[in-house]
Structures are given as structure tokens and as C-alpha cells.
Design a protein around this ligand. Structure first.
Ligand SMILES: C[S@@+](CC[C@H](N)C(=O)[O-])C[C@H]1O[C@@H](n2cnc3c(N)ncnc32)[C@H](O)[C@@H]1O
Length: 322
């Protein structure tokens, strides 16, 4: 076969991505890590069909995720990267019962998003991503964990590459479980912080900030950033928030920040990954806006771009003042 045709076939194949995701969802990498088992032995334990499972395990073996032994299939060192405790965020991202892994399945309806500019997520699940997270606490827990895990790698650079100490009080709007705010405040002992997020996530943030010993320097508000925000902050941080929303909602969020304070810090990836752009569209109907898009969006709320700072690979901070 022509090498380019083969490449295109491989790029467009759905089989391997789904096989990996089903393997993670069934817990195969963990289950087969220490003790090999045959498909016949495993099938009743996992309540799946033995033939289907054998076909899946054969494909995983071809990929190098599992290997055949006399006692059945066993997870390889490569496959162990998919285990729950592999400390790389992969398991959470691929598991169909976690928020991101479940949302990715909406890519089957990418055509809908391209035709309409709307998210595909509600086509598959009947309501939007955030509504699902509110109704299903295990999805919210998985999402919050995923956000915290990805911040872990960035935090040292985010703290180092911007002068946060200029602000007496930083309001982290949509701040998740607060690991970023905790790191910024720990590095800048004069600062105070206020985190706003939906109630369930805010409850987790209170625990995290207390664990860092920051209870006395922080406030946490459980509520929506579509409602009035706490006033009195010296800067309002929107870290990876605007890209989750279409222009109409992004305007509503920026309006809330601009009415609460005069300085807004927007952190986004400024369209550095085409793949991520499509993820934002399919999951949320959002997009990773370019610099000029964000400038235009913010200008409507009297916010003028003052400076741009490279925070980490793939994330820049835009400082706006009103
Ligand atoms: C992509 S996450 C980013 C979290 C955090 N800023 C970070 O970078 O790790 C978006 C955050 O927005 C929060 N969020 C979604 N809808 C919200 C709303 N209506 N009001 C407040 N927070 C909301 C989510 O709970 C989540 O923590």
C-alpha cells in the first residue's frame, strides 16, 4: 500500500484509540499488572463477553500494552503507564467513566459541531458538560482531579514567570481545587486570595487551601461566575476558563470580572494546538482564542491589554486593565 495512504488509514482509524479507552475503562492495565489471566478467567470477573475480551486483549498485545504468557495476558511496562497510579493523568483522561474520557466520546458527532458551531456533547448526553458534572458527582470529582494533576507540572513556572506579589488580593475565578492559588500565595506571603467556583468544587478548594495552611489568608466563595463576583480584588484571574465558553458566555464572564475590579488576568493557550481547539469545540462549544480575539472580546468591557507574559509551555498570561 502507498505509504501516504497507509498513514492516512492509520490516522483515521478509530479502533486503537477506542481499544485503549475500553481497556482503561475495564481496568485491564491494573488488573493484569501483577498476575496474568486468560480472557475466559477475566470475563466473568468483569461481566464481559469472553470472545470480545480475547479480541480486545489480542489487539492490546499487538500494541505492546499487554503480552501473552503461559498463564494468560499480562500488562507490560509500557501498558503500566495506563494504570491508575501511573502519575501521568492518562488513566483519568481515557476512562469512559471520567469526565474527560466520557466527553471525548462526543467526537463521534464532530460533524454536528462543524456544521453548527455548537458542542457535540449534548447531542450524545442530552445536556451540556457542566450540567452533567453538577448532576453526577463522580464526573465532577474526576474533572477536578484532572485539573489539579495538570497544574502540578505548571505550578513552579507559573509562580516564577509572573510577578504576582504586585497584588494584595488575587481573585481566582473558576479556580478549581485551588492548587494554583495555594502555590502563588505560598510563594508570596504578603498576598491574600479569594477563590470562586461552583459549590461542589469550592468545597474541595476549602480543604486544599486549609491543607496548605492558607485558611487565614484565603476566602472561598461557592457560586457562579455568571453572577456578581466578590469585589475588592486587585486582580481577577481567569485561568483556562474563557476557552470553555462561546463568545456570548465569555462576554458574560468578562463583564462580571470588569464590574468587580479593574485588572483582569486571562491565561489561555492562544490557539497553540489545533487538536485542543477541536476538543474545546466538541466538549463545550468553546475555543482557544488567539490574542487579537481576546483583545477584541475584552475591549467591549473597557479592558485594555497592557502586557503579555509567557507562563509555561502552551500558556500565556494577558494582563488587562480597565
Ligand atoms: C478548565 S477548569 C480550570 C480550573 C482552574 N482555573 C485551573 O486552571 O486549574 C474550569 C473551571 O471553571 C469552573 N466553572 C464552570 N462553570 C462555572 C460557573 N458557572 N461558575 C464558576 N465556576 C465555574 C469549573 O468548575 C472549573 O473549576
Amino acid at each position: 500500500m502507498d505509504i501516504d495512504v497507509r498513514r492516512l488509514r492509520e490516522m483515521s482509524g478509530l479502533v486503537t484509540p477506542m481499544a485503549l479507552r475500553v481497556a482503561v475503562t475495564l481496568g485491564l492495565p491494573d488488573r493484569l499488572r501483577d498476575e496474568p489471566a486468560t480472557a475466559d478467567e477475566l470475563a466473568p470477573e468483569l461481566a464481559v463477553d469472553p470472545l470480545g475480551l480475547d479480541l480486545l486483549l489480542a489487539h492490546l498485545t499487538m500494541l505492546g500494552v499487554t503480552e501473552g504468557t503461559d498463564a494468560g495476558y499480562r500488562t507490560t511496562a509500557f501498558g503500566a503507564l495506563l494504570c491508575v497510579n501511573a502519575d501521568n493523568n492518562l488513566n483519568n483522561a481515557l476512562n469512559q467513566n471520567s469526565a474527560a474520557g466520557r466527553a471525548d466520546l462526543a467526537f463521534v458527532d464532530l460533524l454536528h459541531s462543524v456544521r453548527t458551531g455548537e458542542p457535540a456533547y449534548p447531542v450524545r448526553y442530552g445536556q451540556g458538560f457542566w450540567a452533567d458534572l453538577t448532576e453526577q458527582p463522580h464526573l465532577r470529582a474526576a474533572f477536578d482531579e484532572q485539573m489539579t494533576d495538570r497544574q502540578r507540572d505548571w505550578v513552579p513556572q507559573v509562580v516564577r514567570n509572573y510577578d504576582w506579589s504586585r497584588f494584595g488580593t488575587l481573585v481566582d475565578v473558576g479556580g478549581g481545587h485551588g492548587s494554583l492559588l495555594a502555590a502563588i500565595l505560598t510563594a508570596n506571603p504578603e498576598m491574600r486570595g479569594h477563590l470562586v467556583d461552583l459549590e461542589e468544587t469550592a468545597a474541595g478548594a476549602r480543604v486544599v487551601l486549609d491543607l496548605y495552611g492558607l485558611g487565614g489568608r484565603t476566602e472561598v466563595t461557592g457560586g457562579s461566575f455568571f453572577d456578581p463576583l466578590p469585589t475588592g480584588g486587585d486582580a481577577y484571574l481567569l485561568f483556562d476558563v474563557l476557552h470553555d465558553w462561546d463568545d456570548e458566555d465569555a462576554h458574560r464572564i468578562l463583564a462580571r470580572c470588569a464590574e468587580a475590579g479593574s485588572r483582569v488576568l486571562v491565561v489561555e493557550s492562544l490557539g497553540e494546538s489545533t487538536e485542543f481547539d477541536l476538543v474545546m469545540l466538541v466538549h463545550f462549544g468553546g475555543r482557544d482564542r488567539r490574542l487579537h480575539d481576546l483583545e477584541r472580546l475584552a475591549a467591549v468591557h473597557g479592558l485594555r491589554l497592557e502586557s503579555v507574559h509567557r507562563l509555561t509551555e502552551g500558556r500565556s498570561l494577558l494582563e488587562f486593565t480597565r
